[in-house]
Design a binder for this molecule. Structure first.
Ligand SMILES: C[S@@+](CC[C@H](N)C(=O)[O-])C[C@H]1O[C@@H](n2cnc3c(N)ncnc32)[C@H](O)[C@@H]1O
Length: 284
């Protein structure tokens, strides 16, 4: 059945739309991820997972077409561009920006990160999957029953609560990197470099010349008190004169964002895109 599913994309597309079954396939056909190029299936695998801090992994191809041109203009003026795309979900937008840099013959080092890019799998009678904070994300009993905090059958909710109380494994059988195959290919060739980075906690000093932070430091996810230190942390990671692109894609798909420059330890607004960043008043 697994072999049949992984070789029959139409069947996989249908089955991955069924919440209780999609995780089964996430685990069982993970070895074949690279061969699957169906967007509906990939969406289920890479971006339909709700992570523990209530952010989502939602992302889209061509999401930043309008921002990429301006980004390119800033990057091509830099001597040795070192780029960091933060909280990239499946990394498809990073792959697009990197593709444009390649086409424009702009040499660069391109780092991508996402706190919840990796999931950790413990196989067994009950197969359990944990996020990078080792919180239980979902679990599987055989292939018929998935326990997941996002599936709201009373029995599933109860089972998930019970499983959350069980001991966290010390070792895992394997981990999966939840990136789009296109992103994974570019990581393999070195065009993109994956780093572990939690926007609130990881400290990197004076490294990047261009940082993009889209759809993570949103007021819908975090309050101002939480966002402010994250901004300070990001600023620390930027070189003098480095550019920050920060913003949010609204419900109509419009990017409200701003480009800022690090100058004497301050972030100075260079230009707004559409309405600008919703957190402009706390960027500085
Ligand atoms: C809505 S997605 C944004 C994806 C992409 N930047 C875009 O705009 O299309 C938010 C991402 O933030 C990641 N994330 C959540 N908390 C994070 C943290 N503390 N540090 C880094 N990434 C985090 C999630 O895993 C998720 O993939």
């Amino acid at each position: 059945m697994i072999k049949f599913a992984s070789e029959n994309i139409k069947f996989l597309e249908k089955i991955s739309a069924v919440p209780v079954l999609k995780y089964f396939f996430v685990l069982k056909i993970s070895a074949n991820f690279q061969k699957i190029d169906s967007e509906p299936v990939l969406k289920k695998f890479y971006t339909d997972i709700y992570v523990n801090d209530k952010t989502s992994k939602k992302t889209e191809k061509n999401r930043f077409d309008d921002l990429n041109e301006t980004s390119l203009n800033y990057i091509k003026k830099q001597k040795n561009p070192v780029i960091h795309d933060i909280a990239v979900s499946n990394g498809i937008s990073s792959s697009e920006l990197s593709g444009k840099l390649k086409t424009g013959n702009i040499k660069n080092e391109f780092y991508i990160s996402d706190k919840f890019a990796e999931i950790f799998v413990k196989k067994g009678f009950i197969t359990k999957i944990y996020d990078s904070d080792k919180n239980l994300m979902f679990a599987y009993i055989g292939f018929l029953f998935a326990a997941d905090k996002n599936i709201f059958f009373p029995l599933t909710v109860l089972l998930f609560k019970l499983l959350k109380k069980t001991k966290i494994p010390v070792n895992f059988d394997y981990k999966l990197l939840l990136f789009h195959p296109e992103t994974l290919k570019k990581i393999k060739t070195g065009e993109l470099r994956y780093i572990n980075y939690d926007v609130f906690n990881t400290v990197i000093k004076d490294k990047f010349t261009f940082v993009r932070v889209m759809n993570i430091l949103n007021l819908g996810y975090f309050n101002r008190q939480k966002i402010k230190p994250a901004l300070e942390n990001i600023k620390k990671s930027m070189k003098e004169n480095a550019i920050l692109l920060i913003g949010r894609t609204n419900a109509d798909g419009i990017n409200n964002a701003g480009f800022y420059k690090k100058n004497n330890n301050k972030l100075i607004l260079l230009e707004d895109v559409n309405e600008g960043s919703e957190i402009n008043s706390i960027i500085g």
